[in-house]
Design a protein. Structure first.
Length: 271
């Protein structure tokens, strides 16, 4: 059974699915399962294996959901003696269970495959992000794929970013933009921003940054509101947009701009 759990854990990691591995690490006296017993808890609540069932397992699953929310491991200790005092069982022993969350690499969705977009994708790939680059110009995506194929990273060669074109709403849906995802917009003009921002704001992305000056963002924001392009969203929703994007380092080259952008993205993920 333990080998089956490890195989399923590896498969979940390959799928980019967040899971928690629960392992019984210490027991004393009478308990349902012995040290080394493993259970895998999926984000949707499904489990593979068991650490003994009953109320103790229910508490492990609840704590696993918390571990998935904050990405932090934890050690749980259970007394299985007196349910009247809150113990999750009457076996007569004690057990420690270690919860180890396995989170997918963070997703970075880059909008725009120009000079800065390529530099952002290159650095993000090197940093270990799952990187998707969208552009309405297939030829720009082809150039990006050629230039970034199998570039060296800290742990060896990294695959080229995934590329996408066509309706951006379909690309966002395909790649599962959730609150852990970051969106970096390095687009070429305001008119394109007006088309792209409404579907981007409809996602739950935790970070949406737009390259450009304060004046450009003020113009874009005003035109979105004047044209009613934000739909069901409110003016307050536009406050999610970070613009100008990146931290101030006096960046000039595309590579320096990418560094300032990714520093801001990483800071948002770590705090």
């Amino acid at each position: 059974m333990g080998h089956d759990i490890i195989r399923e854990l590896a498969a979940a990691i390959d799928r980019g699915e967040p899971v928690v591995l629960a392992t019984v690490v210490r027991t004393d006296r009478s308990v349902p399962r012995r040290p080394g017993t493993k259970m895998l808890v999926h984000a949707d609540g499904r489990i593979d294996g068991t650490v003994g069932g009953g109320e103790m397992e229910a508490r492990v699953r609840a704590e696993a959901a918390e571990a998935l929310a904050d990405g932090r491991p934890r050690l749980l200790s259970f007394d299985l003696v007196d349910p009247a005092s809150g113990d999750p069982g009457v076996c007569g022993g004690t057990a420690d269970i270690y919860l180890e969350p396995h989170m997918p690499d963070p997703l970075l969705f880059v909008v725009g495959a120009g000079h800065v977009g390529r530099a952002v994708a290159d650095l993000a790939n090197w940093l270990g992000f799952r990187t998707v680059v969208w552009d309405d110009r297939p030829e720009a995506l082809a150039e990006l794929a050629d230039s970034l194929a199998d570039r060296p990273g800290p742990a060896g060669p990294t695959p080229a970013p995934v590329t996408a074109t066509g309706p951006i709403g379909a690309a966002l849906a395909e790649h599962g933009i959730d609150a852990t995802a970051s969106i970096v917009m390095v687009t070429r003009n305001v008119d394109l921003d007006l088309d792209l921002l409404p579907p981007l704001l409809a996602t739950s992305a935790g970070y949406v940054g737009l390259m450009g000056s304060k004046r450009r963002w003020a113009t874009t924001r005003g035109r979105l509101l004047d044209a009613g392009l934000v739909g069901d969203q409110t003016e307050g929703d536009l406050d999610r947009i970070v613009s100008p994007i990146g931290i101030e380092i006096g960046a000039e080259t595309p590579e320096e701009i990418a560094l300032s952008i990714l520093a801001q993205v990483v800071a948002r993920l770590r705090t």
